[in-house]
Design a protein around this ligand. Structure first.
Ligand code: NAD
Length: 249
């Protein structure tokens, strides 16, 4: 085994979002260097000011555009050398069910939630293989397993594909010391969830969730840290449910 995560370099996509920020903070607390990737350059710059100087590298990029991802990755390699831990967390929500989903919306959701993971993983994997160690952690969703309680068809399908990609990469990369897992959260206390609910809808939802509360972003970050740890090296191809008891399998 290698030493603990302390000296590692992590790349977090969707780093300007609520879960990306929680993961970044948890990684920084562990002493890691974190590459912050997000399409929202202005917000990236803003949040980077809150982190300890020299401990993060901003990489503005549209993960749905393979050329932009390639350009950003060249810059990342120049800046930090390599990536040990990749957290594929960027994602967009769509609540439209099939008939209300336009072709453009379908393609966009797939491009960000699925293709983006493929583009960035493809570039990061060779370095992980060379060093014989790596962690890839994908953000799926409960919607992948339920068909989407509130989430729409494109979103639920994209997250199902994230699970399949997790299984494929886990099988391909196990022998190189690289684990690939995903986390399937539901109802984390983020604008992605709260912004779309009225007060009464929120109360109804809380009644339905067996633990009667939303998941905190820090709880999600805790699971990411668990999977990133050296001691989780025997876990690969797993989808960890984080849904407050809404769904068992
Ligand atoms: N919030 C929840 O309850 C919940 C539940 C299940 C799954 N998820 C998943 O967790 C992940 C993070 O969600 P969040 O709640 O933090 O959302 P968020 O909207 O706060 O963050 C998402 C981030 O991704 C970035 N992003 C969007 N498109 C991008 C692109 N093309 N290229 C690069 N960056 C892009 C956004 O700018 C944003 O900063 C998503 O994959 C989401 O599907 C969230």
């Amino acid at each position: 085994m290698q030493n603990s995560t302390e000296s590692k370099i992590a790349l977090v996509t969707g780093a300007a979002g609520v879960l990306g920020i929680a993961v970044t903070k948890a990684f920084l607390d562990k002493g890691m260097h974190v590459v912050l990737m997000d399409i929202d350059q202005a917000r990236l710059q803003l949040i980077q000011g809150d982190y300890p100087e020299g401990k993060t590298t901003a990489a503005a990029c549209n993960i749905a555009d393979p050329e932009d991802v390639s350009r950003a990755f060249t810059g990342i390699k120049e800046a930090v050398g390599h990536i040990d831990i990749l957290v594929n967390n960027a994602g967009i929500l769509s609540n439209n069910k099939v008939e209300a989903t336009s072709v453009e919306e379908w393609v966009k959701v797939m491009s960000v939630n699925l293709n983006g993971i493929f583009y960035i993983s493809k570039l990061v994997i060779p370095g992980m293989k060379k060093r014989g160690w790596g962690r890839i952690i994908n953000t799926s969703s409960l919607a992948a397993k339920t068909g989407g309680i509130t989430a729409g068809t494109a979103y639920s399908t994209s997250k199902g594909a994230v699970n399949s990609l997790t299984f494929s990469l886990a099988a391909e990369l196990a022998e190189y010391g690289i684990t690939v897992n995903s986390i399937a959260p539901a109802y984390v206390r983020t604008p992605m969830v709260t912004a779309q609910l009225s007060k009464s809808q929120r109360q109804e939802l809380l009644k339905k969730i067996p633990v009667h509360r939303l998941c905190e972003p820090e709880e999600f970050a805790h699971v990411v840290c668990f999977l990133a740890d050296d001691m989780a090296g025997f876990i690969t191809g797993e989808v960890i449910d984080q849904n407050g008891g809404l769904h068992f399998d």
